[in-house]
Design a protein around this ligand. Structure first.
Ligand SMILES: [Zn+2]
Length: 397
């Protein structure tokens, strides 16, 4: 940590400029205390890490929970300078007694809104994450989480791998529903934003990936979150490629958790490698599902569409069937604690609208749809791939 108390009880921050000699002198003549637990802390002035205060080993202080790596210390320092440079009021490691929280940075923007910025380099549990966000919100503070840049695993211009841990950090602004995940790498002073992620499966994701530096983008621009969404034409080719590989692998190496779905497909005489094109559509809000789009959409087709051709179905009916599959863990929902203004039902509604575009459904009113056409099951792999190709064309129309 960068902030400690001196014996007079006033704050002392290592982010203010001081020479090494001056700091050495202070270290030998003064005692420093942790602002939270009041135990003495030592001032570390080594060459490997940024200068910092440290508790004695094994201390149970809240401030000592996350062993701070140099990556974290450096990042926190740079983020502090960055936030300050765009004219925001900002405090480092401000301890808020009432809510027992000490965000890395506490910023007040020009509208007076308080924002807690956390630079997260190590793993934290979902439970801790939820509790911290809740206490911030209860104190009318908006939490913004920035992941250490070393978490980012980009695989090509518009693709990356996301773990459930990284997904947890999806934010959205009130103006835009497409979520974003933020990263910062102190080694290159690089800000990266993964915007409007569309999963291909549980870990491979298409997204608009923006790279900038602290000199070229401001914290306010990042928080306003007005980035252009991912366009289907940006990833169409990669999607087709992954899709045909997936078709092969799904049938050859079926996962245990998909057993129930495979049985259902068998009952409908559908080969797993020949799933209809309508199962696996890359829709904008499919990030709500941890299960691949192919899985949750195929369940909707099996449960609600195929048995009701030429009939009318309500959104509620479809939602109810999905909920039942969720309960049985045959469809998995993603846990996204920062996305409080949307819900996985939005993804279902969006999917039904895409089926309207593909002329499978016809909208009767806001929540009712008529199934006007059945689903075509491809007869062979070649046909399946042709269908996948023409799907993209239809969606782009
Ligand atoms: Zn302490």
């Amino acid at each position: 940590m960068f902030v400690a108390l001196n014996k007079n009880g006033s704050y002392f921050s290592l982010l203010e400029e001081r020479s090494l000699d001056e700091l050495r002198e202070m270290r030998s003549s003064q005692t420093f205390f942790c602002p939270i637990c009041r135990q003495t802390v030592s001032l570390k002035l080594g060459e490997k890490k940024s200068y910092h205060f440290s508790h004695v080993k094994g201390s149970d202080c809240l401030a000592n929970f996350e062993a701070e790596s140099d990556y974290h210390l450096k990042g926190k320092k740079q983020l502090y300078e960055w936030v300050k440079s765009s004219g925001n009021e900002v405090k480092v490691e401000a301890y808020m007694k009432e809510i027992h929280q000490r965000p890395d940075l506490l910023m007040r923007n020009k509208n007076g809104q308080l924002i807690a910025i956390e630079f997260q380099c190590s793993q934290i549990s979902m439970d801790t994450f939820m509790k911290r966000n809740e206490s911030y919100r209860n104190a009318s503070i908006t939490p913004i989480w920035i992941l250490g840049g070393n978490w980012l695993k980009q695989t090509s211009e518009h693709t990356l791998k996301l773990t459930p841990f990284q997904w947890m950090f999806s934010h959205h602004s009130s103006r835009q529903r497409d979520p974003s995940i933020y990263y910062f790498c102190p080694r290159k002073r690089k800000i990266s934003i993964v915007h409007s992620p569309i999963p291909f499966n549980s870990s491979n994701v298409f997204a608009s990936i923006i790279h900038s530096t602290t000199q070229h983008i401001t914290i306010n621009q990042v928080i306003q979150n007005q980035f252009s969404p991912l366009m289907r034409k940006d990833f169409g080719e990669v999607w087709l490629n992954q899709r045909s590989k997936w078709r092969m692998n799904f049938s050859m190496y079926p996962q245990k958790k998909h057993k129930r779905l495979l049985t259902a497909l068998y009952e409908h005489s559908i080969f797993p490698s020949l799933l209809p094109v309508e199962a696996g559509i890359p829709t904008t809000s499919s990030y709500w599902f941890h299960s691949p789009p192919t899985i949750w959409q195929m369940w909707i087709l099996l449960d609600s569409i195929l048995p009701n051709v030429n009939q009318t179905i309500s959104f509620q009916h479809v939602f109810q069937r999905v909920k039942e599959r969720v309960k049985k863990k045959q469809i998995e929902i993603r846990k996204l604690p920062l996305l409080t203004e949307t819900h996985y039902s939005f993804a279902i509604m969006e999917y039904l609208h895409v089926l309207c575009k593909l002329l499978i459904l016809k909208k009767v009113n806001k929540t009712t749809f008529k199934i006007i056409s059945s689903i075509t099951i491809p007869r062979n792999e070649e046909e399946a791939m042709k269908h996948d190709y023409s799907l993209l064309e239809k969606l782009n129309e």
